[in-house]
Write a protein that binds this ligand. Structure first.
Ligand SMILES: [Zn+2]
Length: 344
């Protein structure tokens, strides 16, 4: 949306423009090849052009529009006879578009979003590139393997009656629904809590994949990187005589953070502590919830740690606008970390 989508829209429009001009160039070349091979065809085409010009001029001189002329019908007949006699395709002089459905415009009025199916082939790689997500197309719901998670519940360890597998399958279903509802006005964001290696980033990546394939924009940032983007924007825009290029870059990254259809903040809690950061994060969350743009936040912290590190307004905002999902596994590394009950 906004700046980011303007930028991607521009890139897409340019790709289609190049496709059209390439097929038109090819058509001109192809036509010329036939005309030099068949001088008689060139004569017919010249006659046709002259007659078309005559009709156009007569409209200008007497103000009455004409559909054609008997003479033009004759030339057209002569032309099609010549083409079929010489086995020349009837559309030998027309551009051959990459997509015949939309003549390389990307538009299709019969589609609810006005997009030709070829549009997604064009936009999806661009959106993936712009998302900044590192595991592109490695993380998909199709490649998700619940067998990696144990089927044995360990209530003492995980503070849940669910086995890790049952838990992760529940989260997967919720994540799929979330991706399906990316455009919904009222739909809770996702907050993933769990130790490293329990599948949080993978699950976020599956959502990114599904959302991008719907043609929606994604911005993926680790928490430290997100705060860098914010402070770079503040610094660049507050400069007395801002470096134009730097400001442009900073504004684009900042706008992307605020306005992409989905924002993923990975590893909240790994950023260096700074008292300005909480209001900044709160402002991002508020802006995005205010315009119904979705978020996924992941953290390795326990809920108690979150409450210690972040102020109440932020925590209550998260409780209000996010559904909290607890990731767990059987990894021994995890044992000491799970000491707090956080149920879905
Ligand atoms: Zn098309």
């Amino acid at each position: 949306m906004e700046m980011m989508n303007k930028r991607t829209d521009k890139i897409v429009a340019e790709i289609y423009r190049q496709r059209r001009s390439r097929s038109e160039d090819i058509a001109i070349e192809r036509k010329e090849k036939y005309l030099s091979l068949y001088p008689e065809l060139r004569q017919i085409e010249d006659k046709l052009s002259a007659e078309n010009a005559r009709i156009a001029l007569s409209i200008i001189s007497d103000g009455v529009a004409r559909e054609g002329s008997p003479e033009r019908d004759n030339i057209n007949r002569e032309r099609s006879e010549f083409l079929s006699r010489n086995r020349i395709p009837a559309d030998y002089d027309s551009p051959v578009y990459t997509c015949v459905k939309c003549s390389d415009t990307g538009f299709d009025i019969s589609d609810p979003e006005g997009r030709c199916s070829c549009y997604y082939d064009v936009i999806v790689p661009i959106l993936f590139e712009y998302s900044g997500f590192p595991g592109i197309s490695k993380y998909t719901f199709d490649s998700f393997n619940p067998e990696l998670f144990s089927d044995n519940a360990n209530e003492e360890l995980n503070r849940s009656k669910n086995s890790p597998r049952k838990q992760i399958l529940g989260i997967r279903d919720a994540a799929m629904r979330f991706a399906d509802n990316i455009d919904a006005e009222h739909y809770p964001n996702m907050f993933f809590i769990g130790s490293p290696g329990t599948g949080k980033t993978f699950m976020a990546g599956c959502v990114v994949d599904k959302v991008v394939r719907k043609g929606r924009s994604v911005c993926y940032l680790s928490a430290p990187r997100m705060f860098d983007v914010i402070s770079e924007y503040r610094t660049a825009s507050a400069a007395f005589s801002p470096d134009k290029e730097r400001l442009e870059r900073a504004s684009e990254a900042y706008s992307n953070l605020l306005n992409s259809d989905l924002l993923v903040i990975d590893d909240l809690g790994t950023e260096t502590f700074n008292s300005n950061r909480q209001p900044e994060l709160l402002a991002v969350v508020n802006h995005r919830t205010g315009c119904a743009r979705k978020m996924i936040i992941t953290t390795n912290l326990e809920m108690t740690d979150l409450m210690n590190f972040y102020d109440e307004r932020l925590i209550s905002r998260i409780y209000g606008a996010f559904s909290v999902y607890k990731f767990f596994g059987d990894d021994l590394r995890l044992r000491t970390r799970y000491n707090q009950i956080t149920e879905i």
